[in-house]
Design a binder for this molecule. Structure first.
Ligand code: HEM
Length: 428
């Protein structure tokens, strides 16, 4: 079982095939048995000096103490990336304050509830069009036809990315996030059910595919950035390229990595939450009934419960800056800890009947958007707005829409859903 935790490392592709097959089998299960119900004690990973925090109290405490649990040099990768790679992918999510706070402040206003409230009509119009097109096309893949579209349209529009690039953005971010899934990194031919055959060139091929995807997003950022430097517009790209931090602009790499973070975080996670939401309401008709009885009164609780239950982001990593003790456990300077949000979100010490999907759960102090601390999800309000608007539109137009079995992303980092068949009838 420890092997499956290590799978979120790119070097996973160099592991013996039997180990990969075991990890894939675990990831296929619903929900991932490891990440959602890890033993409730911190434990040493295979890599000496790495810990997994799986209890809610530990995840919260580590998030609250960023001066000890640092996000540098990386928060998104369980192991340190080689230097030639990290420049591409390292952004403010992998930085500590004060630099992190200064960069976050450039665009944080755009994500406040007040500013987003003004965007509600626009999000609603987009959702209505997407559902209209779903109805015209007929039942099919909910992920491609619905869940992917709203988040990618919204974040691309905020950044000023023209719609002709949306498909490329989805393709590239799928690879950056889903690098352990054979389908996304060109290893499909080697993948047969539980059997994974190894080829000596695999690691190089995967690395090249991931780097190319990152490079495409950097190139898009650079082109758009150059244009916005010349002629600023009312979008986040203009804010980023023209920002002044302590008398300096963001370096081209810093800007592009931030751009990449926004397109990845802004579309992959919310897509997952919308897809899981439909599946959860299909599997729990009593909860759907409850929601439809009082949609406006209950959708807020439903959104939080979908994020808790499905935990689109399974973990983030921290790095110990000095020796510390939290909740009776000793950590040493230099050690790495992985904060398993998915596991903390099913901690029975905090959530009664944690595996149940209960949209009336209150309080619901989940850590699906991260723990309380400086890195708490910048896009949480946006994700909530998108989910609310999407489910309002879906359940109003197609009250019986239902999901079949999901085709899961083979990742231990994101609880993604690649495809989700759906059925519905259109009321007369
Ligand atoms: C950070 C989850 C939607 C942008 C985070 C973190 C989590 C998370 C767990 C914490 C990272 C850490 O502590 O190291 C989610 C989930 C979402 C979602 C579950 C949807 C259901 C979005 C959206 C955006 C976004 C729509 C839009 C741009 C970000 C950014 C950060 C972040 C920029 C980094 C914040 C920082 O380092 O200060 N998200 N997110 N997220 N999220 Fe989200």
């Amino acid at each position: 079982t420890v092997a499956a935790i290590d799978l979120s490392d790119l070097r996973f592709w160099a592991r013996p095939p039997a180990e990969r097959a075991r990890a894939f089998a675990l990831l296929r299960a619903q929900p991932h048995p490891l990440y959602f119900r890890l033993p409730r004690v911190p434990f040493l990973r295979r890599d000496p000096g790495s810990w997994a925090l799986v209890r809610h109290a530990d995840v919260v405490e580590a998030s609250r103490r960023p001066e000890i649990f640092s996000s540098e040099p990386s928060a998104t990768s369980p192991t340190d990336m080689p230097g030639w790679m990290s420049g591409y992918f390292t952004s403010m999510i992998d930085m500590d304050d004060p630099r992190h706070a200064k960069i976050r402040r450039i665009i944080s206003r755009a994500f406040t509830p007040k500013v987003l409230a003004a965007a509600d009509d626009d999000i609603a119009r987009r959702a209505a069009r997407i559902v209209e097109e779903l109805i015209a096309a007929g039942p099919g893949d909910f992920v491609a036809q619905v869940a992917t579209r709203l988040p990618v349209e919204v974040i691309c529009d905020m950044l000023g990315i023209p719609s002709r690039h949306h498909a490329q953005v989805v393709k590239s971010t799928n690879i950056v996030v889903g690098y352990t899934d054979p389908e996304y990194v060109g290893a499909t031919a080697d993948y047969t059910g539980a059997e994974v055959r190894v080829s000596p060139l695999r690691v190089i091929r995967v690395l090249t595919t991931v780097m190319l995807a990152g490079w495409r997003l950097h190139r898009l950022a650079a082109r758009l950035g150059r244009r916005r430097r010349r002629t600023p517009a009312d979008d986040l790209t203009s804010a980023l390229v023209n920002a002044n931090i302590d008398g300096e602009r963001l370096s081209p790499r810093e800007f592009a990595a931030f751009f990449l973070l926004l397109v990845v975080a802004g579309n992959e996670t919310t897509r997952t939450a919308i897809a899981h939401g439909l599946k959860l309401f299909t599997d729990h008709p009593d909860q759907r009934r409850l929601l439809l009885e009082d949609f406006e009164g209950r959708i807020g609780g439903a959104v939080e419960e979908i994020v808790r239950h499905s935990s689109p982001v399974i973990f983030m990593r921290r790095n110990l800056t000095r020796d510390a003790e939290i909740n009776g456990h000793h950590y040493r300077a230099g050690q790495k800890v992985t904060l398993f949000y998915a596991s903390a979100n099913r901690d029975e010490a905090v959530f009664a009947d944690p595996d149940a999907f209960d949209i009336t759960r209150s309080p619901n102090p989940h850590v699906g958007f991260g723990g309380p601390g400086p890195h708490f999800c910048l896009g949480a309000h946006l994700a909530r707005r998108e989910m609310t608007v999407m489910f309002r539109e879906l359940f109003t137009r197609l009250p019986d829409i239902a999901a079949g079995e999901p085709d899961r992303l083979l990742s231990s980092f994101v609880n993604g859903c690649k495809r989700l068949p759906c059925t519905f009838t259109v009321p007369r």
